[in-house]
Ligand binder design. Structure first.
Ligand code: NAI
Ligand code: MG
Length: 356
């Protein structure tokens, strides 16, 4: 019997709506598996909490989370609280404290989806982005001076450490080595960013020597962004710094047909701390409360959690069921359908049960 203590943070906006569907699916997964249970504890942290308590989570929030096996999160941020406060008050402390230094974001054209790219059939786009998730451009080093004067100045320091680069790039090489196509693409901008990016590239080439079986390529981020649109079929594993991969994976979401279906996993590869599973999208204030958010991004993160737990067959079954739901046209409005968030979640649960 495998019991997973799961911390659930629905967060803000549509986060609360899609997480409920994800939990429903996990319940069915547990029913089907027999030997696997999820013991969930929900935490009401986020922007509402901030408005009441002046912080995004309690002071002992991270200590509380540390004792869980995994974290299932919806989205964080709402117009009621500045984004840099909400993000740095909840999401980023979790990623950093728990050394979730790899952020995995698959980009796959599912059956039943239409890509905005012409001529691509299901399966033709199928790669994964490995995002460096603990340093790089998202640093808290810097400051602002001369407030409210004409020479007000802001400085934010990018920092890249050998330790940080090495562990992420090695993770990406391992993924590529174990994939059928054995190909790894690295994003750089060493022509414009002349200290950190050449360092990233040199580390990439140094580590490459340990993986002779992996085919590699390095592209500047601007060209790579265009290739995501013009030849996405050419990618297998893509590794990039924190900011570059963040931007690339929104393009990834777009070419999959909607950011509403794109999943992500923040992984602590050593398993010393919980990993965190969350969709790529945010709280979507424009559609929050309407019951029309697409829950598939969240549900796909449950598949990533199953993979992380070593339950690959169940994970694949879940992805197949997601595809069958899409094929039947049970889709939310972002995919051109009329279904509600709950209807999509229910359809996926029903199909899972029927598949047994
Ligand atoms: P967003 O991803 O929330 O929304 C972008 C667009 O995609 C909107 O038009 C939205 O309606 C649509 N969309 C997103 N998810 C959808 C879904 N599941 N179904 C249907 N449509 C969906 O990004 P935005 O507007 O930049 O950010 C809104 C808030 O979310 C901000 O406070 C931001 O900081 C936060 N955010 C949080 C993230 C996280 O928790 N990981 C990631 C990105 C943004
Ligand atoms: Mg993003």
């Amino acid at each position: 019997m495998k019991k997973i203590e799961l911390a659930v943070i629905p967060g803000d906006g549509i986060g609360t709506e899609v997480v409920q569907e994800g939990l429903k699916v996990l319940d069915v997964i547990a029913e089907l598996h027999g030997g696997l249970t999820f013991e969930t504890t929900e935490f009401p942290w986020g922007c509402e909490y901030y408005l009441q308590h002046g912080k995004m989570m309690p002071d002992n929030g991270l200590d509380t989370l540390k004792n869980f096996d995994q974290i299932f999160l919806g989205a964080v941020g709402f117009p009621s609280v500045p984004d840099h406060i909400s993000l740095w008050g909840l999401l980023i402390p979790i990623r950093r404290t728990f050394q979730q230094y790899v952020n995995l974001r698959p980009v796959k054209l599912l059956r039943g989806m239409d890509s905005p790219l012409k001529g691509y059939q299901a399966g033709a786009i199928d790669f994964i982005v490995v995002r460096e998730n603990s340093e790089g451009e998202y640093s808290s080093i810097g400051g602002r001076i001369h407030h409210d004067t004409p020479h007000e100045t802001a400085i934010q320091v990018n920092y890249f450490s050998r330790y940080g680069i090495d562990r992420t790039i090695r993770y990406a090489f391992e993924l590529a080595k174990n994939s059928p196509r054995k190909k790894l693409t690295s994003a750089t901008k060493s022509n414009g960013i002349t200290f950190t990016m050449p360092f990233w590239d040199e580390e990439f080439k140094r580590i490459q020597a340990d993986y002779p079986e992996v085919e590699t390529e390095i592209f500047h981020i601007d060209a790579l962004a265009a290739y995501f649109v013009t030849r996405p079929e050419s990618f297998d594993v893509v590794v990039a710094s924190n900011l570059f991969a963040d931007i690339l994976t929104d393009i990834g979401g777009a070419i999959m047909g909607s950011i509403g279906i794109a999943p992500a996993a923040n992984i602590n590869p050593e398993g010393k701390y919980p990993s965190m599973f969350e969709p790529v999208h945010g709280s979507a204030p424009d559609i929050a409360g309407k019951g029309i958010a697409n829950p598939i991004g969240q549900i796909w993160t449950a598949k990533m959690m199953l993979d992380h737990l070593g339950e690959h067959d169940l994970g694949e079954k879940l992805l197949t069921v997601i595809e069958e739901t899409l094929l039947e046209g049970i889709k939310t409005p972002d995919l051109g359908g009329k279904a509600t968030t709950t209807e999509v979640g229910d359809a996926i649960c029903d199909k899972l049960r029927r598949l047994g």
